[in-house]
Write a protein of this length. Structure first.
Length: 426
């Protein structure tokens, strides 16, 4: 199979942009809360810092609960149509964040926003396993997850200036409605599998399906989810992703608050300063995913980088009281290293498990990450409120990331398909 064939190259320009934009909008509507908090959401609604922290964290509680049932629906029905419904729902809930003035209604809205987005990320990962082979998967995953730092990069600038011009309420409304509008484009652009793609020739569709089926022949047979979830490596990945997400979501949601409190800058400048770690993350993600696919190695491109992120956050903790700019430089290193390993990390699952249980395993691992996001968002915010300083929260995230990296050392590497065989096939 010649993966440079023109019809197959179109996957990179048709499938990935649609997936990228969808995940970008999902990430926008879950992380712009940090800018609302920095812009005075608590003061406007007359709520305490603890209540504001809970609002930020409730998204992750809703995000965690329905993931596995949602992915089972995706496996049995159309991922394309279910993701369209999620786009409309989460865009509406995100916009309502700027409309509701009652605290408990806003808490329910944030919880429902998490529910609406819950299965989208694993559903997108499932779609990529239907469109890209093992030697392409780390790059495909990374290009989708690149939406994560790229979104925060442009959101940090645009949302900061939008809040300054129109206020935090209107910023939420505008950014939520964009997801609703994009839903129509998603329906027109995306297909569930190569067999449904009118822009590929019949020969190219058949060759891609054969290559994907051939990969399944090298994987262990696993009859059901209970067996899959008891696999030692799956347990390690779940625990790792819990602590990784505890660090990264605490970082993302509270970075604007930390920068503004330290510099007393207006929101436009705060947004620009908050964007630098994500710009560095974009470059490092692309580099790491390229070498991971080139060497067909995954684990060694994950654990060392997470530990560097943890050490850098620790450096920020120890230097923040002496020099903001030294602490800020450490944050740039930490932020970029938190994002860099996503591509190879998510490429591990379909190399360990067959497709009949891989989707639900994606959801289980992501569910554990959502729990980590809940605890990270809540406790970092609580520590910020209780101590009046960002230092304790960043120390918590530092230790979590170091532990996440160390946990992967306990994994046995999977070798689903010999690299030489893959290169011979492709």
């Amino acid at each position: 199979m010649n993966l440079s064939e023109p019809d197959l190259r179109k996957r990179w320009t048709r499938v990935l942009p649609a997936v990228f934009i969808t995940y970008s909008l999902a990430y926008l509507d879950r992380t712009n809360y940090g800018f609302g908090a920095a812009a005075g959401l608590a003061q406007t609604l007359h709520i305490t810092g603890y209540q504001s922290s809970l609002l930020g964290a409730l998204f992750f509680l809703g995000y965690c609960l329905p993931q596995i049932p949602g992915v089972i629906l995706v496996q049995r029905h159309s991922a394309r149509l279910l993701i369209f419904g999620a786009l409309v729902a989460w865009g509406a809930f995100a916009a309502l964040t700027g409309v509701i003035r009652t605290y408990w209604l806003l808490a329910a809205d944030r919880l429902l926003l998490g529910v609406a987005e819950s299965f989208v990320f694993p559903a997108l990962l499932i779609l990529l396993t239907r469109w890209f082979t093992r030697t392409e998967r780390s790059r495909a995953n990374a290009l989708m997850i690149l939406a994560n730092p790229v979104t925060v990069l442009w959101m940090s600038a645009v949302t900061g200036f939008l809040i300054r011009a129109r206020g935090w309420q209107q910023a939420f409304i505008v950014e939520g409605l964009v997801a609703v509008v994009w839903g129509g484009f998603w329906l027109g652009l995306m297909r569930d599998k190569p067999a449904d793609a009118p822009w590929m020739s019949a020969a190219a569709r058949a060759e891609l399906e054969v290559a994907l089926d051939r990969e399944q022949q090298h994987l262990p047979r696993i009859a059901n989810l209970r067996t899959a979830f008891r696999q030692r490596n799956v347990v390690w990945l779940c625990i790792n992703y819990f602590f990784w997400s505890l660090g990264i979501y605490g970082f993302v949601l509270w970075l604007p608050v930390v920068i503004r409190n330290a510099t007393r800058a207006e929101m436009g400048r705060t947004g620009l300063l908050a964007s630098a770690p994500y710009l560095a993350g974009v470059v490092l993600m692309l580099t790491v995913s390229h070498f991971s696919d080139r060497t067909i190695r995954r684990r060694k491109f994950v654990w060392p980088i997470l530990m560097v992120a943890g050490v850098a956050l620790g450096g920020s903790y120890f230097s923040v009281e002496h020099s903001f700019w030294w602490a800020y430089a450490c944050l740039i290193v930490a932020g970029s290293c938190m994002y860099a390993p996503y591509g190879p990390f998510w490429a591990m699952v379909p190399e360990l498990l067959p497709r009949n249980v891989a989707g639900e395993t994606f959801a289980l691992i992501n569910c554990c990450g959502a729990l980590g996001g809940f605890f990270g968002t809540y406790f970092v915010g609580v520590l910020q409120t209780f101590t009046g300083s960002s230092a304790a929260g960043f120390l918590l995230m530092s230790l979590s990331l170091i532990l996440a990296g160390a946990l992967l050392l306990g994994m046995k590497p999977g070798a689903a398909v010999p690299a030489s065989a893959l290169r011979a096939e492709t």
